[in-house]
Design a protein around this ligand. Structure first.
Ligand code: FEO
Length: 403
C-alpha cells in the first residue's frame, strides 16, 4: 500500500501535477513565489487525464499517476491548451498509452499538430470538441467550453457536470508553489490571482467578460474551480469569478501609482515629492522603483490605479532602459481607464521625457497634464512644483476612478 498517494480533490479525482518550487521566471513574467502545473486524473470507466505538465516534469507526473492507476490504462487525454506548460508531457503519456484518445478545441488540434510535428502527433487519435460537446466517461460527463484568449486562441475548459468541477486551465490560476491544494489553505490567494491576471490576462478583458457571460448561458455554476496553475478554488469560487469580471471591466480606485527609476537620485527626489503631494489629497498612493521591485507586482498595483506617474532619468538622450522596457511591457498588456503623468531629469540635452511621451502616444495612453523635467536636480521650487502636481494628480485620481 502506498501511503503517499497524490491528493484526491474529490471522490475518484486526483491532482497529478507538479510543483515548480524554483520557478522565478515564467516566460519573462517574474514569479517570486514559484509555480505549479496542475494535471488531474479522473478514475471512471474511462480513465481520463486533464492536461499535463511542462516536459522536464513528465516523469514526476507519470510517477504520481502510477500511484493510482497504470498510465498505460489511460483512455482519454484532454488537452485544454496548447501552450507547452500544459501540453509538454502529452507525448510522454502517448508513448505509454498509444491507444488513448486525445481531445482538444479545433485551434488546439491545429496548434498541437504544428508544434509537435516532430513528435508525430498526427499518428494519434485527436478529436476536436467545441463548446457544449459532452463526453461520457462512465458515471460522469465532461462538457467542453471554448475559452478563447484565456489565455490563447485555442484555450478550452472542461466542466465535470456531476461533481460541478470546472477545470479552467490558465483562467483563475496563480503562480505560487505550495504543498497545499486549496484556496482556503493558503494566504493571499486573491492577491496572487490578481498578479496573475494583471500579467497574463489583462489584454483580454472583452473576451473575459464574454466568457463570464457564457458560463451563465451554459448554466455552469461550479462548486470547485481547478485551474492549471496554483491552488483550487473551493471557498472563494464566486469571489474569483466576480474579481475576473471586475478586472476585465478595468475598474479602478482613487489611487496614484508612481513608477520610476533613477541614476543620481534626481528623478527619485521628484517621485518622493509627487507621492507627498498626492498623499495630502487623501487618495491611496504607491511607489515602485523599477529595479527594486518585481514588475509583476507593479502591474498588479497598476491594474486598479486611476492615475499613474512615470519618471525617468535621461541616459544617452533617451529614457532609462528599465523605463523603456516597462513601457513596452505595459503597452502589450493594454491597461484600461487610467490617466498618466510623465516626469524626469537630465544633465545636458534631455530626452527621457520626450521619448516617454512618444511611447505613450504610440500606446494611446491618455496624459493627465503636461510633463515635467528638471535639469541636474530638483531645487526647492521644483520640489514644491512636484508636490503641487502630486496633489493635482490625487484630485484627478478621485475623478477618474471607475467601478
Ligand atoms: Fe499556463 Fe497559457 O499557459
Amino acid at each position: 500500500m502506498d501511503d503517499h498517494k497524490p491528493p484526491e480533490i474529490a471522490s475518484g479525482i486526483y491532482w497529478v501535477g507538479v510543483v515548480d518550487w524554483n520557478l522565478r521566471d515564467f516566460h519573462g513574467y517574474e514569479t517570486p513565489k514559484g509555480g505549479s502545473y496542475n494535471a488531474y486524473l479522473i478514475v471512471d470507466e474511462k480513465i481520463t487525464l486533464i492536461d499535463t505538465v511542462k516536459a522536464p516534469f513528465a516523469a514526476e507526473m507519470l510517477r504520481r499517476i502510477s500511484q493510482i492507476v497504470d498510465p498505460a490504462k489511460i483512455d482519454y487525454v484532454i488537452s485544454n491548451h496548447v501552450e507547452m506548460d500544459h501540453s509538454g508531457s502529452i507525448s510522454a503519456i502517448m508513448d505509454i498509452a498509444p491507444n488513448a484518445k486525445l481531445f482538444a478545441s479545433s485551434k488546439g488540434k491545429a496548434g498541437l499538430l504544428e508544434y509537435y510535428k516532430e513528435e508525430g502527433f498526427d499518428k494519434w487519435d485527436l478529436q476536436v470538441v467545441e463548446t457544449g460537446t459532452e463526453l461520457k466517461i462512465g458515471k460522469r460527463t465532461l462538457m467542453f467550453i471554448e475559452a478563447t484568449m484565456l489565455h490563447w486562441p485555442d484555450s478550452m475548459q472542461t466542466y465535470l457536470k456531476e461533481d460541478r468541477i470546472l477545470f479552467s486551465n490558465d483562467a483563475f490560476g496563480q503562480h505560487i508553489a505550495t504543498s497545499k491544494r486549496f484556496d482556503d489553505e493558503v494566504e493571499d490567494v486573491m492577491e496572487d490571482a490578481g498578479i496573475y491576471y494583471a500579467n497574463i490576462l489583462l489584454p483580454f478583458g472583452s473576451q473575459v467578460l464574454k466568457y463570464v457571460g457564457k458560463l451563465k448561458e451554459l448554466d455552469v455554476s461550479p462548486a470547485m474551480i481547478a485551474p492549471a496553475h496554483g491552488v483550487i478554488w473551493r471557498k472563494d469560487v464566486q469571489r474569483i469569478v466576480e474579481a475576473y469580471a471586475r478586472w476585465a471591466r478595468g475598474d479602478t480606485v482613487p489611487k496614484v501609482l508612481v513608477i520610476y527609476d533613477t541614476m543620481w537620485g534626481s528623478t527619485e527626489k521628484m517621485a518622493m515629492q509627487i507621492v507627498e503631494g498626492a498623499r495630502t489629497s487623501g487618495v491611496e498612493v504607491r511607489l515602485r522603483h523599477l529595479r527594486k521591485n518585481d514588475w509583476s507586482m507593479t502591474m498588479k498595483e497598476l491594474m486598479d490605479a486611476s492615475v499613474v506617474a512615470i519618471g525617468s532619468p535621461t541616459m544617452n538622450n533617451d529614457m532609462f532602459f528599465t523605463i523603456s522596457g516597462f513601457l513596452t511591457y505595459m503597452k502589450g498588456l493594454r491597461p484600461k481607464g487610467k490617466k498618466y503623468f510623465l516626469f524626469g531629469s537630465y544633465g545636458w540635452g534631455g530626452g527621457a521625457v520626450r521619448a516617454m511621451e512618444k511611447e505613450m502616444e504610440s500606446g494611446k495612453f491618455e496624459l493627465a497634464m503636461e510633463s515635467m523635467q528638471v535639469k541636474f536636480r530638483p531645487y526647492e521650487e521644483d520640489k514644491k512644483a512636484c508636490r503641487n502636481i502630486g496633489y493635482k494628480l490625487g484630485e484627478i485620481a478621485k475623478g477618474n476612478a471607475k467601478s
